[in-house]
Design a protein around this ligand. Structure first.
Ligand SMILES: NC(=O)NCCC[C@H](N)C(=O)O
Length: 407
């Protein structure tokens, strides 16, 4: 499969990009949790077991699972001239601005991580000062600094592959992220989409150097013609204006409508996919907190290279029914019980990954919501979730579909 093809949220899933959590999770500490967007520290061996179970569920359903770290290593192995360029960029974006530290870190990586995949994994994990050889620099900073501190921060959110880049039809958005900690994640996607033979040539609708922030969790492919994007904590309206312009001006794209959903700014609602995901042709699972009137802006081309915007103030069900083309049912997370809804929403009860219409991957811990899904005829593929859920993302957040069959 060359390129990408994602024109719905529910078409038969054929290929997905994941990242198996690695040593970056070992570099989470209580003092850095908030900055690194975690609420607790997952136990790595169990998080990896859970993630392997997720990958197995997908493979058993006939999905090709590819890993971000393998794609990146394949790029660098095929084009060794990019290795140094990548390392320089990674070091610079980690905030290292002095030649001396740049050279120390480069030497350390080059002498200890000859294997490309190990090197890629190390860039994800981060570097502690005490790993580096202590030079006789006679610099005051080296005399007084705490030897146990991260000189290159880890990227613990990488296992949420949904966010740093997002497929839109046959194109991709390489995102500018909301937080400093997640911005370096997009380096990998940028190299892969510019260089990997399976992805090169994919139209790029947004670039990591664009000004405003937008994240993949806010981008939902409703159908071939309609895209939904959340205006959220993570995605600014200006980014949506910009991406709309680029999509409408790509004559190969059939998308003619973008729906911008204005959702409340909060951590529990950080992305559109934390408040609703599509699970069948006519069914969505949603957080009851956003039921009721919601402001939705319908953006369409104006025929002169610009866009026109129409404001809708209807409930979510009416808006989705209109664009999905049939009457939709919204299944509330927690089955209508407010406490269960809030608890399970916090652990991504409405963040499911649809493998084909009516079949979704869900977290085991959201048993109240999962029972409601079963009662509505949904086939739930249940994955273990005690540790992975500590990062505040569910099966949709942990996966980036690259290919879905047409409905
Ligand atoms: N699409 C998503 O909702 N992704 C989950 C991202 C969780 C991560 N800890 C974050 O705060 O960015």
């Amino acid at each position: 499969m060359q390129g990408v093809n994602v024109k719905s949220e529910i078409g038969n899933l054929k290929k997905v990009i994941l990242h198996r959590p690695g040593d970056e999770l070992l570099n989470l500490t209580p003092n850095t949790l908030e900055e690194l967007l975690f609420d607790d520290i997952p136990f790595l061996p169990v998080a990896q077991e859970e993630h392997d179970a997720f990958a197995k569920i997908l493979r058993d359903e006939g999905v090709e699972v590819v890993y971000l770290e393998d794609l990146m290593a394949e790029v660098l192995d095929a084009k060794p001239e990019l290795r140094r360029q990548f390392l320089d960029q990674w070091i610079y974006e980690a905030g290292i601005r002095t030649e001396m530290y740049h050279d120390i870190i480069t030497d350390y990586i080059e002498s200890n991580y000859a294997d490309t995949k190990a090197m890629v994994m190390k860039t994800m994990a981060g570097i502690n000062l005490q790993e580096l050889p202590q030079k006789d620099t006679h610099l005051l900073v080296d005399m007084v600094s705490d030897r146990c501190k991260l000189v290159c921060a880890p990227m613990p959110n990488l296992y949420f592959t949904r966010d740093p880049f997002a497929m839109i039809g046959n194109g991709v958005s390489i995102n500018r992220m909301y937080s400093q900690t997640r911005n370096r994640e997009t380096i990998y996607g940028d190299y892969i989409f510019k260089n990997h033979p399976d992805f090169v040539g994919t139209p790029e609708y947004y670039s990591r150097n664009d000004t405003f922030h937008i994240e993949g969790g806010d981008i939902l492919n409703i159908n071939e013609h309609v895209l939904a994007i959340g205006i959220s904590q993570r995605t600014e309206p200006d980014a949506i204006d910009h991406i709309a312009h680029n999509i409408f001006n790509d004559e190969t794209s059939p998308i003619d409508t973008i729906l911008a959903f204005n959702i409340p700014v909060s951590r529990a609602f950080m992305h559109l996919d934390t408040v609703f995901t599509q699970i069948d042709r006519d069914k969505f699972t949603i957080h009851p907190g956003i039921m009721g009137p919601l402001t939705v802006f319908e953006i369409t081309p104006d025929g002169k290279g610009g866009t026109k915007i129409r404001e809708r103030n209807e409930d979510l069900e009416s808006v989705l029914s209109e664009y999905v083309g049939e009457k939709v049912t919204l299944i509330p997370c927690g089955g209508g019980d407010r406490i269960a809804a809030e608890r399970e929403q916090w652990n991504d009860g409405s963040n499911t990954l649809c493998v084909r219409p009516g079949t979704v991957v869900v977290y085991q811990r959201n048993n109240v919501t999962n029972d409601v899904l079963y009662k509505n005829g949904i086939n739930c593929l249940v994955m273990p979730s005690a540790e992975l859920s500590r990062g505040r993302g569910g099966p949709r957040c942990m996966s980036m579909p690259a290919w879905r069959e047409a409905l």
